[in-house]
Design a protein around this ligand. Structure first.
Ligand SMILES: C[S@@+](CC[C@H](N)C(=O)[O-])C[C@H]1O[C@@H](n2cnc3c(N)ncnc32)[C@H](O)[C@@H]1O
Length: 375
């Protein structure tokens, strides 16, 4: 794995750390690409016939597939390996940030004190919703929002290098594939859209936000997140990259923006980390803050699968990787939620957003799961 693309906030990764990280990245590749298909072989050879012998029919639901697969030693081994490599890579990226945290905080203070492009507005009284507080998504201690001290940027810095390593560097040196792919999708599917104001929801360290600045250079780009450490880091990162973005700490379920404020609202892999009710609340807010004719696009991990077995494998993260809403999103009719939120049924869309990353994280024909609506 190459080192991530440079910018002034990027934690330094020593040669030893890079080797350690590369080891976990290879291990993750082996678990996700090399070993994972073995589960299907075991299912067809052992687990399914055992279920058929007992019930006289094939497993028909994810729960039934899970019941037989959990007894399989291969699946147990693969699960243990996948979970432990996740914990180890989180630990590895966390320790890289921790050892240089005072310097990162200093860099944040310097850059933000001198910010000439965008802005940062934090709200120390913001209530963090339960789905963030209680789940510590994908086994990350401190989650996205907890703080270690004044002007903390730990969670943002860890998320930047952590998400880069999680995707094995295959989603671009700046881990910006979702934003690049989303903006390309919008240009192709909504060529008349010339947004003057853009909003990115759940921006984390701002990796997916930056491509919209480049795609629509005349637009005012805003981005929100729950986590102050994310926003501090994202702000200083964007400033150091010469990108004008206005970051603010807000809950996407109840935003401070006035009605009809944006021509384009985007979000990336936010919904699989929020509850079904939160998705509905967010969609209502998106409808409210969009101008008439404005577009909403959400770019998501393709969590839905066609068969109970494929869905069972796709749900692994819900059970063993602290991603409780992943499987729920797969079962949620988001189009129906968009209509419930007030969008016209014939203006709601659901289409793949094809990946622009050179590394090819998706199989041919696959893409991110794109859905959204035009107001
Ligand atoms: C998986 S990360 C998204 C990453 C980022 N959009 C990207 O593409 O790299 C989810 C982010 O959404 C934020 N988030 C979750 N619920 C939110 C909410 N209700 N309002 C605002 N941000 C939220 C989290 O703090 C976290 O930074």
């Amino acid at each position: 794995m190459k080192k991530p693309g440079p910018h002034a906030m990027l934690p330094e990764i020593s040669q030893e750390e890079q080797s350690r990280l590369s080891f976990f990245v290879s291990l993750s590749g082996a678990a996700r690409k090399g070993l994972k298909p073995g589960n299907e072989l075991i299912y067809e050879r052992d687990a399914k016939p055992a279920f058929v012998a007992e019930h006289g029919r094939e497993p028909a639901t994810v729960e039934e597939v899970r019941e037989v697969m959990e007894k399989q030693e291969f699946y147990q081994m693969w699960t243990a390996l996948s979970r432990s490599q996740q914990e180890q890579y989180v630990d590895c990226t966390g320790s890289i940030v921790e050892r240089q945290l005072p310097d990162l905080v200093r860099r944040f203070r310097e850059i933000s004190g001198d910010a000439k492009l965008g802005s940062l507005e934090l709200d120390p009284n913001l209530d963090i919703p339960y789905y963030q507080k209680e789940s510590h998504q994908h086994c990350v201690p401190l989650s996205y929002y907890e703080e270690l001290g004044r002007d903390d940027v730990y969670a943002g810095a860890r998320a930047d290098i952590g998400s880069y390593a999680y995707s094995r560097g295959l989603r671009g040196l700046y881990n910006d594939d979702k934003g690049l792919s989303g903006s390309k999708f919008l240009k192709e599917n909504f060529p008349d859209l010339n947004p003057g104001r853009i909003l990115d929801l759940g921006c984390m360290s701002g990796n997916s936000t930056v491509p919209y600045v480049d795609a629509y250079p005349d637009a005012a780009v805003h981005a929100i997140d729950l986590g102050a450490p994310q926003l501090r880091y994202a702000h200083a990162r964007a400033e150091s990259m010469g990108k004008r973005i206005h970051f603010s700490q807000q809950n996407a379920e109840s935003m401070k923006f006035e009605d009809g404020n944006f021509d384009l609202v985007v979000s990336h892999i936010l919904f699989h980390e929020t509850s079904r009710q939160a998705i509905l609340n967010i969609l209502r807010e998106v409808k409210r803050v969009l101008k008439p004719g404005g577009v909403f696009l959400h770019v998501e991990v393709p969590v839905r699968r066609d068969t109970p077995f494929a869905q069972f494998l796709a749900n692994w993260d819900s059970w063993y990787n602290n991603e409780p809403f992943w499987g729920i999103l797969a079962r949620t009719d988001v189009q129906a939620l968009a209509v419930e939120a007030g969008f016209d049924e014939d203006r709601v869309f659901d289409r793949p957003v094809y990946s622009q990353a050179p590394g090819g994280v998706f199989r041919k024909g696959d893409g991110w799961w794109g859905f959204g609506a035009r107001k």
